[in-house]
Design a protein around this ligand. Structure first.
Ligand code: GLC
Length: 396
């Protein structure tokens, strides 16, 4: 299986939704372990309906969901026999099982997030790694803790059907290939990320898409980001990323050949509230118009030189796609290196056919008679596309 060009929904959900601050509220707000854990034992979501979550993702054109089975707080969102610090003790229902059933019913792939830091397990403290929480009174024993992880990973990769990818979080900076070997034995087709105990299959740039350059990825890559600007878990009064930023980020990463996970944090009841859901729908409205220019595409074979705005080009079935991942700067663009006159040019955002001309343009005039011609694409309603990444389709 390949992990390429898929849009997915990341879901951060756990007892931290009760605090409505951040998925790492326990550490970030310095909540004593006993206080946090007592609060966690009251996590009893009364409106959890995973079919709604899956339908939201599906409606936006997404192909997979990645769910936080265990975040840094160590609380387990499935029926695990290795600890009683789990959703079974507080809610009596295996919410992961219900999510996996909903995914399978609706043809959605399921991925699992598992945090290496664990602020509940008494032996899990690992100073090599980031995201440790000091509230452990016992000596760490990472051999024992790894056995615990192996038991839990075995449950997660055995009892929930086919798992698409395994998202370890926070590299432990300790090498132990036996964990990924176990995972591969249990789910031979599953892909594993690079935040685990040995090298995985794909890289995971996070949040800042401008950092990653703009050349096609050489390694399988899955970027992740959240609709919430500050938190991955549910946050009261969250600041939300703009549709423009999110679509530009998704467009850029996927045009480079990557996949993209966009996160929501359901609230304490289990609801993906309207402020989160509306953003997923807004992304979906754009995504459904452009997805064929991203999914399963190759690098453009013509080496088109697009002038006028930053652009990544993709190619599929005789069509080139121009992705203006930072938006357009004017109503026209000029392309050099075009193979022939195009049969049709369309702005995918609006579905409109665009006018093309082949000719000289002043910025390519030379005074010595060596001026170059360009393929001009004119009359783009750039001002109306302020809120989303523009994509142009050229049929040759
Ligand atoms: C960061 C955050 C963590 C979150 C993760 C998602 O590592 O610290 O809380 O789960 O991003 O990729």
């Amino acid at each position: 299986m390949k992990h390429e060009n898929k849009l997915g929904m990341f879901i951060h959900w756990g007892p931290y939704a009760l605090i409505e601050e951040h998925e790492q509220a326990m550490a970030k707000c310095s909540i004593p372990k006993e206080v946090y854990e007592e609060m966690a034992m009251g996590f009893d979501p009364d409106e959890y309906d995973p079919d709604k979550w899956v339908a939201l993702a599906k409606g936006a054109g997404m192909k997979y969901i990645c769910f936080t089975a265990k975040h840094h707080d160590g609380f387990c969102m499935w029926d695990t026999k290795y600890t009683s610090y789990s959703i079974m003790a507080t809610h009596g229902r295996d919410v992961l099982k219900e999510l996996s059933d909903a995914c399978h019913r609706q043809g959605m792939l399921l991925s699992i997030y598992y945090s290496n830091p664990d602020w509940h397990h008494p032996k899990a403290y690992n100073p090599n790694s980031t995201h440790q929480w000091c509230a452990t009174k016992e000596e760490s024993d990472l051999v024992e803790y790894r056995e615990y992880i192996k038991g839990q990973i075995t449950e997660l990769l055995t009892n929930y059907g086919k798992i698409y990818t395994l998202f370890w979080d926070i590299p432990p900076k300790l090498y132990d290939p036996t964990l990924n070997e176990l995972a591969r034995r249990l789910q031979p087709e599953m892909l594993i990320n690079d935040r685990g105990w040995s090298e995985g299959d794909f890289s995971t740039p996070e949040r800042d898409f401008n950092e990653v350059g703009f050349k096609r990825f050489e390694r399988m890559t899955e970027a992740c980001n959240s609709v919430g600007a500050e938190s991955w878990g549910y946050r009261r009064d969250e600041d939300f990323h703009t549709k423009r930023y999110l679509t530009q980020s998704i467009d850029k990463i996927m045009a480079m050949g990557g996949s993209y996970l966009i996160n929501v944090g359901p609230d304490k009841h289990g609801i993906i509230t309207e402020e989160y859901a509306s953003r997923i729908r807004a992304i979906g409205e754009w995504y459904k118009k452009v997805r064929h220019s991203l999914e399963g595409c190759e690098e453009d074979p013509y080496g088109l030189k697009v002038r006028g705005a930053r652009c990544i080009t993709t190619y599929k079935n005789g069509k080139s796609y121009l992705h203006f991942y930072e938006g357009l700067l004017s109503s026209g663009i000029n392309i050099e290196g075009y193979p022939k006159e195009p049969a049709e040019v369309k702005l995918l955002n609006t579905g409109t056919t665009l006018r093309t001309l082949i000719g000289l343009v002043p910025s390519l005039y030379n005074l010595d008679g060596t001026s170059r011609t360009a393929l001009r694409i004119c009359g783009i309603c750039a001002d109306e596309l302020e809120c989303e990444a523009p994509v142009i389709e050229i049929s040759w």
